[in-house]
Design a protein around this ligand. Structure first.
Ligand SMILES: [Ca+2]
Length: 172
């Protein structure tokens, strides 16, 4: 028969683990699904998909199949992190734009929004991290990406063109 104090200690450990959102002691290695990487400061998991290039619409669908959204940039820290991670994977930008990464932003009825999916609902793009001169050409460039032709800064571009993409799962 277990002693009451052992049961109490066990309960405390369980509560501490459940409450520890950043989770290193309790959740290490199990925070994110396979192929996603956890950023404890941003409290999100990210999957940088460089194995294929697909349209923005297809990227939205593929991320949803991973229970994720196409990534949203909501702080300067998140923008810096995503650009640093891309460069850390030795992805090199190109003048033909081919190494860009789709993000989850698009424009609807004149309003830029982060598209909803399994991880969060559609919400306005409130943090203005656009590169200089962006957004432009609103008649044809209705989706967002980290643009390989401009050091992976935040641009709007054409949705039907095929690029890498970043899926994101918010953990809080
Ligand atoms: Ca543009």
């Amino acid at each position: 028969m277990m002693r009451p104090c052992f049961i109490l200690l066990s309960l405390i450990v369980i509560v501490v683990c459940v409450k520890d959102v950043k989770g290193d002691p309790c959740k290490q290695g199990s925070v994110c699904p396979l192929n996603f990487f956890y950023n404890p400061n941003l409290e999100s998991c990210y999957n940088f998909v460089i194995s294929e290039k697909i349209t923005w619409y297809d990227a939205l669908t593929v991320c949803a199949q991973m229970d994720a959204n196409l990534a949203a940039i909501e702080t300067q820290e998140e923008l810096d992190f995503l650009r640093r991670e891309i460069k850390g994977r030795e992805i090199v930008g190109s003048a033909s734009n081919g190494n860009s990464f789709h993000l989850g932003g698009n424009i609807l009825n004149g309003h830029w929004q982060w598209m909803g999916g399994p991880s969060w609902k559609t919400k306005p793009i409130s943090f203005a991290s656009w590169a200089s001169g962006q957004p432009n050409a609103l008649g044809s460039q209705k989706c967002t990406l980290l643009y390989g032709g401009d050091d992976f800064k935040f641009h709007n571009w054409e949705c039907h063109l095929k690029f890498h993409y970043i899926c994101e799962i918010k953990m809080k």
